[in-house]
Write a protein that binds this ligand. Structure first.
Ligand code: ADP
Length: 396
């Protein structure tokens, strides 16, 4: 394994010349010889690097027969590794930063099981890299650290691949399931309508009380199938809005009425009109119905103990503001960031049916309309989801 890269250490430029006491200068070579790390200094001249100094450990760390002689070229000093070291020195010279070279067993090192780590530092004079100082170590510590890094990188890559394949499987499932679900759901709805308007004959008495429930459940399946189709379209970039003039108060009121069968006697569905006149947007009515249907259905679903579910409509500046407020279970602060994530369901959802697609879809659809959805919530106190949509120009 051979590797060349930036060393994490910061370059230390030599201090400006300053007078050193005679004793310290004499002491320095002995101090350097006492170090267990190989130190070598190479001078840059005529596009080559020539050996100028080495401490005692240098020869043994580099497995050399003897200390290189003064002026020997870098090629002669690092015979087996010359290409890599020349490249290392070139990098130091060009980047003017320290660089690291790493060679381990299995690479072209002098002996098996030998591991080198060579850090090369630029030494400047008159702003030029005139010397390169190398610190050479024979240690497996850095190898182990490097191997750990590689293992970790591999593990993360595998995990990312795995997640990507799960993501792909989810999308594939969405596409398949939505198609399989839609046709039978539409057929059920069709038959129920025919039963209701007695096109298939008089409604038997026993069926009357269960008919609304059957219709509500079928509507739920239809909504689910539609959500899945829409989410699949969004993912493929195939979702195109069919815009026309839509009156929002009417749409919101209808969403409340459609949701009535899902509410329990403990729920009070309220419509709070703060504008008192029509509010027009240029939007896709079917998609806006999905958005509002979702917010109202959620408000009912996630307030199992009942309470007010208030749909409020107002306008601010050029925006229509539609909010749906409940007094339900609420959402923990740490879960807020996952609310609009595809397939994300927050604890405790227990017996509440759902796919985790609704809010994702609702916000994407709102954004396609140039609007947005935001949520505020307090656990145990309830939630409020606010949809903003740009009004058709000229209306307020
Ligand atoms: P689901 O199909 O699960 O209802 P949604 O995308 O509509 O999917 O919502 C995602 C999650 O956000 C839900 O599973 C639920 O945990 C939480 N949530 C949505 N609306 C509310 C609400 N009004 N009150 C509390 N939690 C909610």
């Amino acid at each position: 394994m051979i590797n060349v890269g930036r060393t994490p250490r910061t370059p230390e430029r030599p201090p400006p010349d300053r007078p050193a006491s005679h004793g310290a200068v004499e002491l320095l070579p002995r101090v350097l010889d006492a170090l267990p790390v190989g130190i070598g200094v190479f001078e840059h001249s005529n596009d080559d690097f020539r050996f100028r100094y080495g401490n005692r450990a240098l020869a043994s760390v580099l497995m050399l027969d003897r200390m290189p002689s003064d002026g020997q070229s870098v090629r002669e000093v690092f015979r087996d590794e010359q290409d890599a070291i020349i490249e290392l020195f070139r990098l130091v010279r060009v980047s003017r930063e320290p660089q690291t070279y790493f060679a381990a067993a299995g690479g072209r090192v002098p002996e098996e099981n030998q591991i080198w780590n060579i850090d090369a530092y630029p030494v400047f004079s008159a702003g030029r890299v005139s010397y390169i100082m190398v610190l050479a170590e024979q240690t497996d510590e850095k190898l182990q650290a490097r191997q750990r890094e590689l293992l970790e990188a591999n593990r993360l890559r595998q995990k990312a691949d795995h997640l990507a394949s799960l993501e792909k499987a989810k999308s594939e499932f969405l596409r398949l399931a939505s198609h399989e679900l839609r046709a039978p759901a539409a057929m059920l709805g069709g038959y129920l309508s025919m039963i209701e308007d007695e096109s298939l004959g008089p409604i038997p008495e026993w069926l009357r009380p269960v008919l609304p429930l059957l219709k509500a459940k079928t509507a739920q399946i239809n909504l689910l199938a539609n959500e899945m189709v829409e989410a699949a379209r969004l993912e493929d970039g195939r979702l195109q809005l069919k815009r026309k003039r839509v009156e929002l108060r009417e749409l919101l009121r209808r969403s409340l009425t459609d949701a009535e069968p899902n509410a329990t006697p403990k729920h009070r569905l309220r419509f709070d009109d703060r504008v008192g006149h029509e509010l027009w947007v240029l939007g896709d009515p079917m998609r806006l119905e999905i958005v509002m249907g979702n917010l109202v259905d959620n408000a009912i679903k996630y307030s199992p103990a009942g309470g007010d579910v208030t749909a409020q409509v107002s306008a601010v500046g050029g925006l229509a503001i539609l909010s749906v407020r409940d007094q339900g279970i609420g959402i923990a602060a740490e879960d807020m960031s996952r609310l609009f994530v595809r397939f994300s369901r927050l604890a405790p959802f227990g017996e509440v049916p759902g796919t985790g697609l609704g809010l994702y879809l609702a916000r994407e659809l709102a954004r396609l309309h140039g609007g947005d959805i935001v949520a505020v919530s307090k656990p145990g106190k309830g939630s409020e989801f606010t949809l903003s949509l740009p009004l058709e120009s000229g209306t307020t």
